[in-house]
Design a protein around this ligand. Structure first.
Ligand code: FAD
Length: 422
């Protein structure tokens, strides 16, 4: 019988033979475990998760879950029963402290050593911490985990608080929207002239900024925090680098994330803005793979490394990593995708962000109505597309991107021409 990893072990043998060890308990880890089982792997699968939770997904944390509109179920990619039914061990509240690629072992925070046949590092990312003066005052938070969301919800739910957001990216804008909807007063600062412009440019960032302004969000842009000020150890205001004093009961620092590379670095793996992996998500160490926010993967379409910090990549890369661990021929060649919800603006984006910098923006519809599709066109080809409050067009957008066909920008801009006919 072929003893490939996918067929090698009986359940009895699997309890003894080193199996698959997944380090990190996020969406990428859950997807990898699910894929291992779907692909028929019967050996031991262990997820080492330092948070006290079984794997959960983060997008609702800044949106519906923070607003109190969605419950725990919205967070779980797989119910708790799935892990028992599929004989997948989740070691919650347990950190992987060391990885030894030569010995094929992972040392855990409880002092035990776990042997592995193949290991996946899916340790995600952590909020970037900037040592602003006053950052240690009570009332100053970063935001990444379910516990962060539960804690912030408790502070925001009654409304009436002054919230200062440091950071004008996706997370900052989403929390600003949710906090406003809960009846709080929000001031937001960031290094961009227009929020989100690093990701989608000033013209389209303005659409989101305008919606926030309509709802009462105050923007201080571009500005950073010169000092977070407080009384009796609790924050009271933020002095901006532009000289404004913003009253604050709560300050949230949302200035991006840094990949959790410590374990990989200590193990001697190649690091390059995250853990460097090839298109099959193999690290520089044999039998060690990386996926999700922590992995900087060679993308076969662009020929460049890209580290994506988005939900869809956590899923796609979790699947590819699992298949690679099983010795299958899998590559991560998806068109990157992400989404956001802010007030009544729902948006989906597909494309190669790195190619949009010199691209022409073509808008189909009217941005002022809040219902439109924007395309980024480079050398006559669509390299990215973003639909705002228009749905069921992602397949057509992805097909325009993947076909690499030359497009007529007048037709692209005309809502009467079906996307399939461009
Ligand atoms: C508030 C918020 C909202 C978001 N909204 C969106 C959105 O709307 N759309 C979108 O596309 N993306 C969104 N994202 C991004 C998306 O959630 C991430 O891309 C995704 O969580 C990455 O999954 P991951 O499994 O790679 O890492 P993570 O979700 O970060 O999970 C990694 C886990 O590993 C654990 N870990 C780290 N080191 C160790 C160790 N040594 N041992 C054991 N465990 C370890 C971490 O504590 C963490 O629990 C959002 C992110 C946040 C924080």
């Amino acid at each position: 019988m072929n003893q490939s990893p996918s067929t090698a072990t009986t359940p009895e043998a699997s309890s003894k033979a080193p199996g698959m060890v997944i380090i990190g308990g996020g969406l990428s880890a859950a997807t990898a475990a699910e894929t291992l089982r779907k692909e028929g792997y019967e050996g031991a699968v262990t997820i080492v998760a330092d948070e006290p939770e079984i794997p959960y997904q983060r997008p609702p944390l800044s949106k519906g879950f923070l607003a109190g509109k969605e419950g725990e179920d919205a967070l779980l990619p797989l119910p708790a029963s799935w892990y028992t039914e599929n004989n997948v061990t989740v070691l919650t509240g347990t950190a992987a402290k060391a990885l030894d690629p030569a010995a094929h072992t992972v040392t855990l925070s409880d002092g035990t050593t776990l042997p592995y046949a193949k290991a996946l590092i899916a340790t995600g990312a952590a909020p970037r911490r900037i040592p602003f003066p006053g950052v240690d005052l009570e009332g100053v938070y970063t935001f990444r985990t379910k516990a962060d969301s539960v804690g912030l919800h408790a502070l925001l739910e009654g409304g009436g608080k002054n919230v200062v957001m440091i950071g004008s990216g996706w997370i900052g804008m989403e929390i600003a929207a949710t906090a406003t909807e809960l009846g709080n007063t929000v001031a937001l600062m960031g290094l961009e002239e227009v929020p989100l412009s690093v990701a989608i440019g000033a013209e389209l960032g303005t659409v989101f900024a305008n919606r926030h302004k309509e709802a009462g969000v105050r923007f201080e842009l571009p500005a950073s925090a010169a000092e977070i000020q407080g009384t009796d150890g609790h924050v009271t205001s933020v002095l901006t680098t532009t000289g404004a004093t913003l009253p604050a009961d709560i300050v949230i620092v949302a200035v991006g994330v840094v990949p959790n590379i410590g374990l990989a670095q200590d193990a001697g793996l190649a690091i390059n803005n995250g853990i460097e992996v090839d298109a099959s998500l193999r690290t520089s160490a044999e039998d060690v793979f990386a996926a999700g926010d922590v992995a900087n993967a060679m993308h076969p379409v662009t020929g460049a490394y890209a580290r994506s910090e988005h939900w869809a990549n956590a899923i796609a890369s979790g699947k590819v990593a699992a298949k690679s661990m099983l010795g299958q021929d899998a590559v991560l060649d998806d068109i990157p995708y992400f989404y956001t919800d802010q007030f009544d603006l729902g948006m989906e984006y597909s494309g190669f962000g790195a190619l949009t910098k010199d691209a022409q923006v073509v808008v189909r519809g009217d941005t002022a109505t809040g219902e439109f599709i924007a395309f980024w066109v480079l050398d006559g080809r669509v390299v990215a597309g973003m639909n705002v409050n228009i749905w069921d067009v992602q397949d057509a957008i992805k097909s325009l991107i993947s076909s690499r066909r030359q497009v007529d920008t007048a037709k692209l801009a005309d809502p009467k021409t079906p996307l399939e006919e461009i």
